[in-house]
Write a protein that binds this ligand. Structure first.
Ligand code: FAD
Ligand code: NAI
Length: 473
């Protein structure tokens, strides 16, 4: 007999597995299909999608190890600690990362059991409509579900003529499994992956060159913050070349030659490894969307409204496969929203308060509007900006670089954007997100007691600075 479910989720990444768990919590008989090649010891696809397998989690594990290596090599000495010249065992670093991935991806299977979500290993594709709802082929069997959530995520975009083998020329998958520190590492694209992976291998001793097509650095970020970041990354030895037009790429046995043009004309560079990080494309190709008339937009995303509803009744889509930032927490928010909407609840996802974080050193984090956006929109605003240099905890921790900048509406004082470059920016941004989610004003944050000595005092001072009354700067 055909297996029947209330809800079938296609894809077990952060959007999909969270949607499945929330749907099951709300009483739906739920299944989740997943077909990736990252087999667990039982030979089944691992859950967790790009994020847990080849994205957020493994990259942060490598960033942490390389950060410790960098600290041991360069920051210990000035605090009177001598440990000699640190050595890196890349194999051990990669094995530690793999263990974390194992633990977390296995943990999702445990969460599925706990919440009674049926795991269906296999590729999901639409077949049509049957008596009990949508028919979807998963692996070799056809199952039926009253509602379907498409959460198939995204895959690295490759450039024409650039043979990615994930050994010499890598996308995010190979970049997280490099087995030795390359002497010369090339990256194409100075976006989030370019900066994070460039930082990992740069800290471990690679000579890093990043080739970026745009003429401005981190174009989506507040340009004040981007300029500070560019300066700090240059000091760290990342050679970021802007306005680059990449041409012919030739893979040799042990190295790759990249021909490109920049403002100084035609150039040629040889790298021991090349990482291509030029954005990601949504996974819609294998869905058989045409069979059921699911609308895919002109950029290849599943077309959805603000509530993640597609053009088909009972079919929803969340995460990287739909419009908006390709971030795990945005995918999870959408997953929860859809499950709650299906249950008749007031599902909610505030796209204006989705934070961005780049886990470089210092970290970069922001939420809301940039100063250039506010200027372009003709919004009158007040800005408060405080450097970490003015904070005792930052000095004590040896992390004085960067600043917090708060932007508030000049008339209502409502916080419109917060931009942080500095140690622990990834954690500090949460306060701004909470404030903005509740429609908070800079005065609200200015009146809140912040523990001393903490880095969060810089957020407090930035709020005070909006009203031109900082106490410690
Ligand atoms: P995915 O995680 O891509 O999951 C989709 C899943 O669906 C995949 O497992 C895929 O195998 C499966 N699938 C696809 N088609 C089918 C099908 N037809 N049938 C069955 N299964 C299918 N985001 C952050 O917020 N913070 C970070 O620090 C961060 N770091 C990142 C680092 C890297 C190197 C990369 C590449 C990405 C990073 N991201 C980060 C982005 C984050 O990984 C994605 O935004 C997130 O994984 C999207 O979740 P998703 O569920 O939409 O898709
Ligand atoms: P990205 O969109 O962040 O950056 C791509 C960069 O490549 C851009 O600067 C773009 O101008 C440049 N580029 C595009 N085509 C080019 C070309 N032909 N030559 C040279 N440069 C070119 O994409 P990236 O780094 O691949 O990451 C993909 C996505 O994964 C991110 O947008 C983000 O959503 C997610 N991610 C999130 C992380 C986080 O939250 N910390 C970490 C890593 C990835």
């Amino acid at each position: 007999m055909t297996k029947q479910f209330d809800v079938l989720v296609i894809g077990g990444g952060p959007g999909g597995y969270v949607a499945a768990i929330r749907a099951a919590q709300l009483g739906f008989n739920t299944a989740c299909a997943e077909s990736n090649p990252y087999a667990d010891p039982k030979g089944e696809p691992r859950l967790g999608g790009t994020c847990l397998n080849v994205g957020c989690i493994p990259s942060k594990a490598l960033l942490h190890t390389s950060h410790l290596f960098e600290e041991a090599g360069h920051a210990f000495e000035e605090q009177g600690i001598s440990v000699g010249t640190p050595k890196i065992d890349v194999g051990k670093m990669i094995a530690r990362k793999a263990k974390i991935v194992d633990q977390l991806t296995g943990g999702i299977k445990g969460l599925f059991k706990k919440n009674k979500v049926t795991f269906l290993p296999g590729h999901g594709s639409f077949v049509g409509q049957g008596g009990a709802g949508w028919q979807v082929k998963v692996g070799d069997e056809v199952v039926e579900a009253k509602q379907v959530i498409v959460a198939t995520g995204s895959t690295a975009r490759h450039l024409p003529g650039m043979p990615v083998d994930n050994k010499l020329i890598c996308d995010n998958i190979g970049a997280l499994d490099i087995d030795a520190v390359p002497k010369r590492l090339g990256l194409i694209g100075s976006g989030v992956i370019g900066l994070e992976m460039g930082s990992v291998w740069g800290r471990l001793g690679a000579q890093v060159t990043i080739l970026e097509a745009m003429d401005s650095f981190l174009a989506a970020a507040d340009q004040d913050l981007a300029k500070e970041a560019q300066k700090l990354f240059a000091k760290q030895g990342l050679d970021i070349k802007l306005s680059v037009k990449v041409g012919k790429v030739t893979a040799g046995k042990k190295s790759v030659t990249v021909e490109y043009e920049d403002k100084d004309g035609a150039q040629k560079a040889e790298f021991d490894r090349l990482i291509v990080s030029v954005g990601r494309i949504p996974n819609t190709a294998g869905l058989n969307a045409e069979a059921v008339g699911l609308t895919i937009d002109e950029r290849g995303f599943v077309a959805v409204d603000g509530h993640c509803k597609t053009n088909l009744p009972g079919v929803w889509a969340v995460g990287d496969v739909v419009r908006g930032p390709m971030l795990a927490h945005k995918a999870m928010e959408e997953g929860v929203m859809v499950a709650e909407l299906m249950a008749g609840q007031a599902g909610h996802c505030n796209f204006d308060t989705v934070p961005w974080v780049i886990y470089t050193s210092p970290e970069i984090a922001w939420v809301g509007k940039t100063e250039q956006q506010l200027k372009a929109d003709g919004v009158a605003y007040r800005a408060g900006k405080i450097p970490f240099m003015a904070n005792g905890r930052a000095l004590g921790s040896g992390t004085p670089a960067g600043f917090v900048k708060m932007l508030a509406d000049a008339n209502t004082d409502r916080i419109l954007g917060v931009h942080i470059i500095g140690s622990n920016a990834s954690e500090l941004i949460s306060e701004a997100v909470v404030a903005m989610e509740f429609g908070g004003a800079s005065e609200d944050l200015a009146r809140i007691c912040h523990a001393h000595p903490t880095l969060s005092e810089v957020v407090h001072e930035a709020a005070l600075a909006v009203d031109k009354r900082p106490l410690h700067f």
